[in-house]
Design a protein around this ligand. Sequence first.
Ligand SMILES: Nc1ncnc2c1ncn2[C@@H]1O[C@H](COP(=O)(O)OP(=O)(O)OP(=O)(O)O)[C@@H](O)[C@H]1O
Length: 509
Amino acid sequence: MFRPRPSQQQSASPNMSTEAGPSTSIVTDPNIAQPSNDAPAPSVPGPSAENQSFVSRIMADNPYFSAGAGLMGIGVVLTVLRRSVTLGSTFAQRRMLVTLEIPSKDRSYPWFLEWMAAQSASQVGKGKRPMGFRSHELAVETSYKQHENGSSEAVFNLVPGPGTHYFKYQGTWFQVKRERDAKLMDLHSGSPWETLTLTTLSAYRHLFSSLLTEARALAEASTEGKTVVYTAWGVEWRPFGKPRSRREMGSVVLAEGVSEKIENDLRSFLGRGKWYAERGIPYRRGYLLHGPPGSGKTSFIQALAGSLHYNICLLNLAERGLTDDKLNHLLGLVPERSFILLEDVDSAFSKRVQTSEDGYKSSVTFSGLLNALDGVASSEERIIFMTTNHYERLDPALIRPGRVDLHELLDDAQGEQAKRLFIKFYGNSKTTFEAGKEVEKGRILREGEIPLTDEQVESLGNQVQKIVEDEQKQGKTISMASLQGLFIRTGAQESLDGIRELCRPTGAA
Ligand SMILES: Nc1ncnc2c1ncn2[C@@H]1O[C@H](COP(=O)(O)OP(=O)(O)OP(=O)(O)O)[C@@H](O)[C@H]1O
């Protein structure tokens, strides 16, 4: 934009402040009416009439003076124009544009970046130029994609880097500015504070909400059919690792009726918020699963979460830096549709004060935990699962009704439980066809394994059951985790001997 240079201004000013003022140039302009010659001479001392006409003549005759005055006029006009454009654009911006700020702390921040990356990728897929490329300021966000067969692959998403970018959404142009504040830090993640500012025409402000809804749906679709495990990051919950494939309920084999009992209890609790609120009872339910290691406590909670489409917030009470206040805050901010899982609660508070091997004392106090568990009487749903290997060590205050509503023992393998697990591993080893069409695929056989008939599986399963029951009579048991390990590495027949070898006196871990 044009701006009069200081040297021009300086050279123009002496002419203005001395004899050759603007009035002088008007006098010399032949197109403008000249003052009458009869006018009285100025009484103030000044240049004589001859001198004045001499100056006027010089002004009129000298093209440099006229050009200077002309330039000055243009400069004034341009300055006024520039000011009005600035004012006009500020006014237009205020009236016609609308901006939306998304701080990096907000949950929609990663959703929006992921959405932009997806738009970019889809444009590339269609052979078009991807969004964000125009600015040449891109950032990479690497994620992992898990395939059906369990293998995973790194996916590089190109997202807008710090700077200004433009994109079109539903036919409307948007500007997105990604700014990074070098001075501000997110203390929990250690990453710099960032803000995304989206700008568009005011008339299209409604597109913000539909854009964010689309971004959220996309983020949710990426966790569809998966269980997200959150862990505490300072005072907030963050997804831990990539979302896990849901575990099938049928893959966790518990003693008869146990699984159904817990699931039915939870299902009947869900959706009764109004009932609780009307009676002034806090809407929460606590479960304690206790039993020896490897009996399926954690696996069952994962499978149950998957079957109800819930996520899991995993909390380690002995974690350094976790204080009563933080714990309280965290339990009040649990993401929706999530179980709170406190594993090995005995190790955190068996003696009401937790001191680790290196002398570190947990900063969560026992009363702090009880207060956090009780929480403020809110109408928000709260489902807490606790697990322990040492039920007898738990303080009665922790597991009293209201804090723990259902106590369930998940023990070492019972005979029939071992049989069911055996059938899960060795049964269904054939592929079923109907009218020449494959309708059900059996499990994949090991190399050299001869598929068993249903009768053979049943008969071997009965033998497994008998071995486990016989060992129990002698005070020996085997954990479900040990059985699983055995079935993974051996054939059906050999596993029978393996079971006997793996049985341990009850209570020995
Ligand atoms: N009842 C079960 N049915 C099927 N698999 C089981 C069962 N119990 C344990 N497993 C298997 O054993 C492994 C360990 O199980 P899990 O972690 O759930 O046990 P846990 O009781 O939570 O143990 P810990 O008390 O040590 O935390 C998992 O791979 C799981 O698949």
